[in-house]
Write a protein that binds this ligand. Structure first.
Ligand SMILES: *Cc1c(COP(=O)(O)O)cnc(C)c1O
Length: 374
């Protein structure tokens, strides 16, 4: 039986040919394809200004710099995310302030945010884990009340929506990732949706060495920008992906529905919220009933692998990584995130898999858990 990975990008032949054409064109770094990609993204996000980057991490960091966030500032975020979300806060010299997650949605618990706000708080970085959107109404209500910026880490949210509105088409600053495992990819890449044309110039400077070029060939630099431009090769992949994003989302929802239909609810696993309106089903994550099992999560993953099924872990609670322990965070600080981090596994879910694949995964889990019950 062929190995079923937990995810795999869907790239059509037209896109592959388009990449070949870029390679033959004589211009392979940032150029016309990046501009074309940015305008296609802008159209997708309701006409807001968009700039493309080499990664979602670079995009988040530029967003923090655009907000003028640095040493002495605090940024509130979730401990249940890819560690990039908090690393960028450290990288601009600010302090990450974690707030525990809601045990059902596994997203930042909005009820706990106000207690974490201090005079040094400048921004909130919410994350839509697995593509399930954080409540944007409550989020922006809290931000407005306290005068905070919002940098949406929407790395996993491409194609998701909030009450019928596309994520990225409203809000403060919205950062997307086009890493290979995301719902839409450029192999590596990202984009930032701005809310103000006036921010474009600084965004472009922060993206590439702070350089401003003049028509006469001269240039100037007045800010130490980074090196985070997207290539035309990557942009061409994105141009081939974007027209399919809504179909990808539909297919993911169909597969997720099939997981709920096939999953044996008596096994004691905690399933994700059954949301088919807003979530783009970036991932299908279950929490294992480890207390009732004689095997560890590692053994579960190994037994799935023996059945030719790939399982991921997204993510261990990040405040328990050595770097963050070194900043004073410790076990017990965020009990819900810690439990999710211990028990979570990501099951295969990507547009190219079949309903039969979903059934095979559900049967394998039933088999493994029933034979490992204490
Ligand atoms: C993938 C991801 C990032 C980082 O994106 P890269 O493109 O890999 O730099 C940041 N935050 C979250 C929640 C992600 O899933």
């Amino acid at each position: 039986m062929a190995f079923l990975p937990f995810t795999r990008p869907t790239i059509d032949e037209e896109t592959i040919q388009g990449v070949v054409d870029v390679l033959r064109s004589g211009w392979i770094t940032s150029g016309p394809k990046v501009k074309e990609f940015e305008s296609a993204l802008s159209q997708y996000f309701g006409g807001r200004p968009v700039r493309a980057f080499s990664s979602g991490t670079a995009t988040l960091e530029v967003a923090l710099r655009l907000c003028g966030i640095g040493p002495g500032d605090e940024v509130i975020t979730t401990p249940m995310s890819w560690v990039a979300t908090a690393n960028v806060i450290l990288n601009v010299g600010a302090r990450p302030v974690f707030v525990d997650v809601d045990p059902l949605t596994r997203n930042i618990d909005l009820n706990l945010i106000e207690a974490a706000i201090t005079p040094a708080t400048r921004a909130i970085i919410p994350v839509d884990l697995a593509g399930l959107p954080v409540d944007r109404n409550r989020l922006y209500e809290i931000a407005a009340k306290h005068g905070l910026r919002v940098i949406e880490d929407a790395a996993q949210s491409m194609g998701a929506s909030w009450k019928g509105k596309r994520i990225g088409a409203f809000g403060d600053l919205i950062s997307f990732s086009f890493h290979a495992n995301k719902n839409m990819t450029t192999s590596e890449g990202g984009c930032l949706v701005l809310n103000d044309e006036a921010q474009i110039a600084l965004t472009e400077k922060l993206r590439l060495q702070g350089v401003v070029r003049f028509p006469d060939g001269n240039m100037d630099v007045d800010v130490a920008g980074g090196k985070a431009n997207l290539t035309d090769i990557a942009a061409r992949i994105g141009l081939g992906q974007l027209p399919h994003i809504d179909a990808f989302t539909e297919r993911r929802r169909e597969l997720a529905r099939h997981y709920f239909a096939c999953f044996d609810r008596t096994l004691g696993c905690q399933l994700p919220p059954e949301n088919f309106n807003d979530s783009n089903w970036h991932m299908f994550q279950i929490l294992l009933p480890l207390d009732k099992l004689s095997i560890s999560r590692g053994e579960f993953i190994e037994r799935m692998r023996q059945r030719e099924i790939g399982v991921g872990v997204h993510y261990p609670a990040m405040h328990l990584f050595s770097l963050y322990r070194g900043l004073g965070f410790k076990e017990g600080d965020f009990p819900h995130a810690e439990r999710v981090g211990r028990e979570t596994v990501t099951l295969p879910l990507f547009p190219g898999m079949s309903l039969q694949d979903v059934e095979r995964v559900c049967l394998a889990i039933k088999d493994i858990i029933e034979s490992a019950n204490k």
